[in-house]
Design a protein around this ligand. Sequence first.
Ligand SMILES: [Zn+2]
Length: 384
Amino acid sequence: MNCCNVCAGALGEPVYRSAGDRSFTTMNTPVGGRTEVHFCARCGHLQTSELPDLAHYYAKVYEINLASAEADQLYQIVDGQPVYRADHQARVLRAKVEFPPGCRVLDYGCAQAATLRKVVATSPEIRPFLFDVTDKYVGYWERFPVPTQWATHQVDPAWAAGMDVVLSFFAFEHIAGLERALADIKALLKPGGTFYLVVPNVLGNAADFIVADHVNHFTPASMRYLLAANGFDAVEVDDEAHDAALVATARLAAAPVPRPPLPDAVELGALAASARQMSAYWNEASARIRAFEADGDGPCAIYGAGFYGNFIAASLASPERVDCFVDRNTHLHGQACWGRPVVAPDGLPENVRRVLVGVNPRAARGAIEAVEAWRGRGISFFYL
Ligand SMILES: [Zn+2]
């Protein structure tokens, strides 16, 4: 029986099942198997069944931004300028957590620890600790702006109950054993210490609903319940500070915390309706892409070389008609996606008059309106 990772309740039939025997991941790598998403009617959590090929995927493919510490992911375009994710994360973290001089801050599962690196650059009185399950980031840690302590594979036993703050950026969506993971975090925190975590917000980015390597799709309701049910108090879950993410802060309670109430029926009903909407959206997306494709000829381009752009490419009947991918992330320019170059908007060839827009649908129209170079060119756009 399938049980909810958050509340351990039994899960019924999936709310979504992918059409083909191929699933997509956050690294835009297809993996075998059908994606099934369940909605937990007790706590409002969304959960994807783990695919058998996922262990291989993590071992071989999952290397976010390993190419360079600067190859950060694009967060937003603000006034025409790209803002990268680590910069925004550092800003939000500083606004939400106080760092008294000498405080001990552990970035748990940190990869390059890009966010903490930015925070200590302006607050050198923080004592940073770094941990990841692999050694492949040690080279970055050695070049941190202040002295650090780090551990790989296992945390240093000397760190137990010694951290003022533990940080986790975009990790808990991958972890099926949440209770165990939280027990590990709690063992590292001082009583009253702060756990700060950031995870994708499925309600703010439909892509998160179907990526096969995210076993958890937290909602504000399921995140609040998870933290309160695992010994934290002063739980706050913010769905506005970071676009398409939930930013949660919680304090390790000094005394046992009573089991929290489950979310109320009104909140659960609204979440169930959102889950059904996302399911319908993805069930129809491929057919809509192919209808646009069939409705014109000549070369086309895909705007966005991330998850949505790759989903579009995989859905096309004739992907060879794609001339190029267009992306605002300057770190991607000169690279290839599906064997096609990734170019800046003003690099779109004159003869390309059809553009399929592959970015978060909530931001897609604004993103295209902001491309001055394309105004008045008679381009037909497809929006997911
Ligand atoms: Zn649940």
